[in-house]
Design a protein around this ligand. Structure first.
Ligand SMILES: Cc1ncc(COP(=O)(O)O)c(C=O)c1O
Length: 424
């Protein structure tokens, strides 16, 4: 293949139309209009759309309870608070995630303690958890990153041995499975996000908290509604039992999410077809490492993560520079590729400068133990940060015509590596 590279003025390899996400169907819009016409938009306890979404999601996941909230962050925070994680309590989690996996711990004055990630799944490495457990540890908070379950059996076994809770951030993994069970059904509590980019979305924001534990459910519900106990059909007393928040969702968004839930499995299957095809083709290119899916799991590809490996090509260059140059050429060819959450959570200013509640709190709180966050303690993560990339636009209705052109773009770039790496 000797066509001119797009970075050098050649024609881009990708020229089919790309559909952005999400697309609201006619039916989604009609359902929203019906709710608007009804005029009752507020998501009070017992509101029909919210109540139906909670039931449909708990049935889909296979848990006893579900609470509909206004974001995944709200669901995570409500779970942390329902677990009674408080000042100085430690929660072991992954440094590769969206910020609020971790800030939800800080919101309760808890202290995040990070363990390194697994080099193949990019999820919290269960073999690095036990060394982080202290007398202050209360819970483990794994994330199902990119749409692939964490190794929940191993994590649950550690939690059981040390009497810890497992609160799962399943915000990216709607419909993914682990040993035949839905992600979110195997931990003490799990949070899902319905934010616009997620495999299941309201088109805007939303969150779902699932659990099999009635006490956690009641407590999370109370805290998410101002700390009050508000029951449908019962007079409101305006008594706050604890410090709570306004995490209420609404009928319009719940109705849209319900309608989209009907298509979730079908849309996940189309993503899987696109992504599995891409994996098959990219695995033929030396220097590209496509996603790994462990046996007994299904991946729902909220993110499609690859890694670059210049070493196998015998090229002596830093992996970060290799990635930057190859990525620049792929973008010019029309591939949607880049970094998502391109820094460890502990490398944000929030952590580096301990900008929590002021005066160093909660880290400086008298209940807290001194915790250091050092990049050198996370060798797998730091290598990953240098060489990973995310490929986007793999969701339907984008189809194999686009994916085939992505593959062509990779071949084109990798067959001109000298030019790609030396282009300034
Ligand atoms: C892993 C993860 N955790 C938490 C969240 C927070 O969800 P939300 O944006 O709905 O608050 C997101 C998504 O944004 C996420 O990807």
């Amino acid at each position: 293949m000797r066509e001119k590279l797009a970075i050098k003025g050649g024609s881009p390899a990708v020229n089919v139309k790309k559909y952005s996400y999400p697309i609201l169907t006619k039916e989604d819009i009609q359902i929203a209009i019906d709710v608007l016409k009804d005029g009752k938009l507020m998501g009070s306890p017992g509101s029909p759309q919210i109540t139906a979404l909670a039931k449909e999601w708990k049935d889909y996941i296979g848990t006893k309870y579900c609470i509909v909230l206004n974001s995944g962050t709200a669901a995570l925070h409500a779970a942390i608070a329902a677990a009674e994680i408080g000042p100085g309590d430690e929660v072991i989690t992954t440094p590769f995630s969206f910020l609020t996996s971790t800030t939800s711990i800080l919101y309760q004055n808890g202290i995040p303690v990070f363990a390194d990630i697994d080099s193949k799944t990019y999820n919290l490495d269960p073999d690095r958890i036990e060394e982080k457990i202290s007398e202050k540890t209360k819970a483990i908070l794994p994330v199902d990153i990119a749409g692939l379950s964490c190794d929940i059996d191993k994590i649950n076994a550690i939690a059981k041995r040390h009497h810890l809770l497992v609160i799962e951030d399943a915000c990216q993994a709607h419909g993914a499975t682990y040993k035949g069970k839905k992600v979110g059904s195997l931990s003490d509590m799990a949070a899902f996000s319905l934010q616009w980019s997620k495999n299941l979305t309201t088109g805007a924001d939303g969150g779902l908290l699932v659990t099999n534990n009635e006490d956690f459910c009641l407590k999370a519900e109370m805290l998410a509604r101002f700390g009050e106990i508000i029951k449908p059909g019962k007079k409101r007393t305006y008594n706050a039992y604890e410090l709570g928040w306004m995490y209420r969702s609404d009928e319009l968004l719940a109705a849209i999410a319900r309608n989209r839930l009907k298509r979730l499995d079908e849309e996940n299957a189309l993503r899987q077809r696109n992504c599995e095809y891409l994996t098959k083709e990219l695995s033929k290119i030396r220097g590209v490492i496509p996603p790994y899916v462990p046996e007994n799991q299904t991946h729902v590809y909220y993110l499609y993560i690859i890694r670059f490996d210049p070493k196998v090509l015998g090229i002596d260059i830093s992996p970060r520079i290799f990635r930057e140059r190859v990525q620049r050429a792929l973008i010019a060819e029309g591939v949607d590729i880049g970094q998502w959450a391109g820094r460890p959570i502990f490398s944000t200013n929030l952590f580096k400068l301990r900008q929590g509640y002021g005066k160093g709190c909660p880290w400086s709180c008298p209940y807290a133990r001194k915790i250091e966050y050092r990049e050198e303690d996370f060798p797998v993560l730091m290598d990953f940060m240098d060489d990973f990339a995310v490929i986007w636009s793999l969701q339907p209705p984008n189809g194999l015509d686009l994916i085939e052109q992505y593959v062509e773009a990779f071949h084109k770039v990798f067959s001109h590596l000298d030019e790609v790496l030396n282009y300034h």
